[in-house]
Design a protein around this ligand. Structure first.
Ligand SMILES: CSCCC(=O)/C(O)=C/O
Ligand SMILES: [Fe+2]
Length: 183
């Protein structure tokens, strides 16, 4: 089950939990209010969710999907890719990841530009809105297998911060500030 917390500013090892002191966990509805990130739990064996995976895909028009394994053995240019994933960046489209096996951390900037760390494990489906600054890291287990969904032809390009002049960034900030982000 998904867990989220505010991160320490002093990150020596990105694969550790890196909590603030004292620890400050957030319920996911608060994460949503502060970031617009959406979350569903999907049973990986039956694909049943709060809704079903098929329903989520249909409603959101996800007509592309593939699988990605991030591990030393399976990911080409592993070190380089992991470094890239942990650079703060945004995408011009939603980032949709459904965890089939393993675990990892998505770090997302909240309204006040603070890092919230979201721990994902098997069954977690997470949707990062277009324009949100974020990054990803494996945890100490060094393994995650995800399904990636997309509307139309996938574009994986990451735009590193600063990317404040991108239309998707402006529109994300505007929506978040006027609380127009909707599920
Ligand atoms: C676990 S999916 C790989 C990371 C990725 O695609 C991305 O864009 C992270 O922000
Ligand atoms: Fe990303």
């Amino acid at each position: 089950m998904v867990r989220a917390w505010y991160m320490s500013n002093d990150v020596k090892d990105q694969r550790l939990e890196n909590h603030q002191n004292p620890q400050k966990f957030l319920p996911f509805d608060e994460v949503y209010q502060l970031t617009g990130v959406e979350y569903f739990f999907v049973n990986v064996n039956t694909n049943e969710a709060n809704g079903t995976l098929d329903k989520i895909k249909k409603e959101r028009g996800y007509n592309y999907e593939d699988e990605l394994i991030c591990s030393k053995d399976c990911l080409q240019n592993y070190e380089e890719k992991l470094k890239m994933f942990f650079e703060e960046h945004l995408h011009t489209d939603e980032e949709i990841r459904f965890v089939l096996e393993g675990s990892g951390y998505f770090d997302v900037r909240d309204k006040n530009d603070d890092w919230i760390r979201i721990e994902v494990t098997s069954g977690d489906l997470i949707i990062l809105p277009s324009g949100i600054y974020h990054r990803f890291t494996l945890d100490v287990t060094n393994f995650i297998k995800v399904k990636r969904f997309f509307v139309g032809e996938p574009v994986w390009t990451a735009h590193n911060r600063p990317a404040d002049d991108f239309e998707c960034r402006r529109s994300y900030v505007e929506k978040l500030n006027s609380r127009q982000i909707s599920v």
